[in-house]
Design a protein around this ligand. Structure first.
Ligand SMILES: [Zn+2]
Length: 365
């Protein structure tokens, strides 16, 4: 594979949205990096016109997973490529049964922050996805996965309990607290799948760093998440499936079905409540299990039905990058960027029409 330095110099005629505060009129891409200094001796740069944003960030995406469990490497590469071509250039995966560390060595694939393997209990999550353990193993296994991942782990915090007929938490508050302490001591952070209300309090008490779905959060939970700056990833495309889950569960699990319908009906109001309370929101497609890849523009459009498009663009770019410790389009940063004809903060639908996708300084789409 050619080095990024072989790519032609690009002239981004701008505007260039560096981060929430900074707009630069134009920029150049040289040797894979962003610069705001006009190059002196690099011939005629290739001109790219339009609004330039940092590469989109999908914080809930599963590379190396499909409905049957782990994929092979070739399919994982295809998944990551589809995401890339939609403008997603940084992925925090939300658990994968495949060891996808090889993605780090591929200059043509998005940057990947792995959460290693999901952690769940037997029969309390989708089959073939998770490392299935006994509850009292949680602290040790959480630390082990923290050491295998790229600074994140993923817990399944609740799931339907078929004996109870409704969602219930998988872990005791004590085991959760012990697990979180060990993850943090290992220098990692933890996020958790949660649909229910019951799982949230213990997750917040244990010091969870991020919440996936978060559909069961009450006003009191929302206030705590806002105060501590704990992001929620609403995954509205996935929550749209709740009505179907309710239909499937109706006959045997009516309480579960009623709860899922309630949360489905409130989904946009819930996201607006989170935003209005000041909870940081991030964008996650939940691609991999049942949802396809490359859907970040669609997820963003869903979120923009609840909150301003400018907030969604921030969530998909600089806010997510700050949270994950990744660069935006500052001087010398890797040129991971997407170019649009118009400002997506004015029309979120623009995210679905990238003019150019540039990864590590090379135009990939
Ligand atoms: Zn997921």
């Amino acid at each position: 594979m050619p080095a990024p330095g072989d790519a032609p110099v690009l002239h981004l005629t701008g505007p260039v949205l560096v981060d929430a505060e900074t707009v630069r009129p134009e920029a150049w891409v040289i040797g894979g990096r962003i610069t705001f200094e006009r190059p002196m001796h690099s011939g005629t740069p290739v001109r790219v016109d339009g609004w330039v944003l940092p590469g989109l960030v999908d914080v809930h995406c599963h590379i190396g997973l499909d409905s049957g469990g782990a994929t092979d490497r070739d399919l994982a590469v295809k998944q990551a490529t589809v995401d890339r071509d939609a403008g997603t250039l940084l992925i925090r995966d939300a658990g994968s049964p495949l060891d996808t560390a090889f993605v780090h060595d591929r200059d043509d694939l998005p940057r990947l922050i792995r959460s290693a393997r999901f952690i769940a209990r037997p029969k309390r999550y989708l089959r073939h996805y998770a490392r299935e353990i006994a509850p009292d193993e949680l602290p040790g296994v959480a630390e082990d996965e923290a050491r295998k991942g790229d600074g994140w782990i993923k817990l399944i915090a609740d799931w339907i309990d078929r004996e109870v007929g409704d969602l219930t938490p998988l872990w005791s508050p004590q085991d959760l607290a012990a697990a979180m302490a060990r993850v943090h001591a290992a220098g990692a952070r933890a996020t958790a799948h949660t649909f229910s209300t019951e799982a949230i309090g213990p997750l917040l008490d244990a010091g969870i760093d991020c919440l996936e779905h978060g559909t069961g959060m009450t006003d009191a939970h929302i206030a705590v998440a806002a105060e501590r700056g704990i992001p929620v990833v609403p995954t509205l495309l996935q929550v749209d499936n709740f009505a179907g889950f309710a239909d499937q569960g109706e006959a045997r699990f009516p309480a579960y079905a009623a709860r899922m319908r309630r949360m489905h009906a409130r989904r946009y109001d819930h996201v607006r409540d989170l935003h209005d309370a000041g909870v940081p929101l991030l964008v996650g497609t939940d691609a991999g299990g049942t949802l396809g890849h490359g859907l970040l523009p669609r997820e963003a459009a869903e979120m923009a039905r609840a909150i301003p498009a400018s907030a969604v663009v921030a969530a998909a770019t600089w806010d997510a990058r700050a949270f994950l410790g990744a660069d935006t389009l500052t001087e010398g940063a890797s040129a991971d960027l997407v170019v649009y004809e118009r400002d997506p903060r004015e029309d979120i639908g623009e995210l679905a029409r990238p003019r150019a996708v540039v990864l590590r300084g090379r135009r990939v789409a």
